[in-house]
Design a protein around this ligand. Structure first.
Ligand code: SF4
Length: 290
């Protein structure tokens, strides 16, 4: 398997074989994102992708049951190309199980419901959508390239296809100026989408990102750990999900939380309240990572 540059995948795809179908992210302009800055976006040649899969089969046999299509927004690939890749996976690895993919909101909106159903029928089981924030202002400030309405439409469309939807929101993305807006509008978007999985990460701002520069020049003020807990509490208070696995136990988070909505909501709020009173369980700043 030949990879170009750093390759990223969601934590839940740790055991999956990552297949780099595109290089980088076709948007690549979010002010907080460092992941694909060194890459110029392009679609990989189909022969190279298929050759990689054949090499893995020849060298390692049935190395894994799970596969993940990267880079940043692999769903931007044409549906016919994606189906060729999915069929090759099924042919070479007949016992293959879950196939996941990164999906940006615009890519979902660019697919027809029939495209999404075809992708599901050919093996896509789960798609990962970075909501980041539900607030129009915050989405605009971080240059996400979509509105709240488009985010909701994308999430609902994906859900309607039957593909499992895993979403991600970033704590602290509104900074101290917009934390309330970020918390409340993110809850609103999540409620409208009703994802199968919701992950809450906490903002980290590596050097080299535009957001890092905004922090340095004082135009963006980061939340401190207490502020993040208060914001998370507000968001969870407003979240009404019927059947959703919730995780906020990423290494970027100050407080590790995990549960299932709706039944664990009181327990999650209690855990935050406890930590607001006693912060000994919070992850130290130096231990937080992306
Ligand atoms: S956050 Fe997602 S859409 Fe934005 S630049 Fe990074 S990979 Fe691309």
């Amino acid at each position: 398997m030949r990879y170009e540059g750093a390759v990223y995948r969601p934590p839940s795809e740790a055991r999956s074989l990552i297949i780099q179908t595109t290089i980088g992210c076709s948007h690549n302009q979010c002010t907080f994102c460092y992941m694909y800055k060194e890459k110029k976006f392009r679609v990989r040649k189909m022969e190279a992708i298929l050759a990689d899969l054949q090499d893995v089969k020849a060298q390692y046999g049935d190395i894994t049951n799970n596969f993940f299509l990267a880079d940043g927004n692999a769903l931007c690939l044409g549906t016919d190309k994606l189906i060729t890749i999915l069929k090759t996976i099924k042919t070479l690895f007949p016992s293959s199980g879950r196939i996941g993919i990164y999906a940006a909101p615009k890519d979902i909106l660019n697919k027809t419901p029939e495209d999404l159903s075809l992708l599901k029928a050919n093996g896509i089981e789960i798609a990962y959508l970075g909501i980041e924030s539900g607030s129009d202002k915050v989405l605009k400030d971080v240059n996400k390239g979509v509105t709240q309405q488009e985010m909701v439409e994308a999430g609902q469309k994906l859900k309607a296809s039957g593909i499992k939807l895993s979403t991600m929101v970033i704590s602290g993305l509104g900074g101290s100026a917009d934390w309330e807006l970020h918390a409340e509008e993110s809850a609103k978007v999540v409620n409208a989408i009703q994802p199968d999985y919701l992950a809450l990460l906490t903002l980290l701002t590596p050097e080299g990102t535009p957001l890092y520069d905004s922090i340095q020049n004082g135009t963006f003020k980061l939340l401190d750990p207490t502020d993040v807990l208060v914001e998370t509490r507000r968001m969870l208070e407003k979240i009404e999900l019927n059947d959703c696995v919730f995780r906020s136990n990423h290494v970027s988070n100050y407080l590790s939380l995990a549960g299932h909505f709706p039944e664990d909501k009181p327990k999650l709020l209690d855990a935050i309240d406890h930590s607001l009173g006693d912060q000994r369980h919070l992850r130290d700043e130096w231990m937080r990572q992306l």
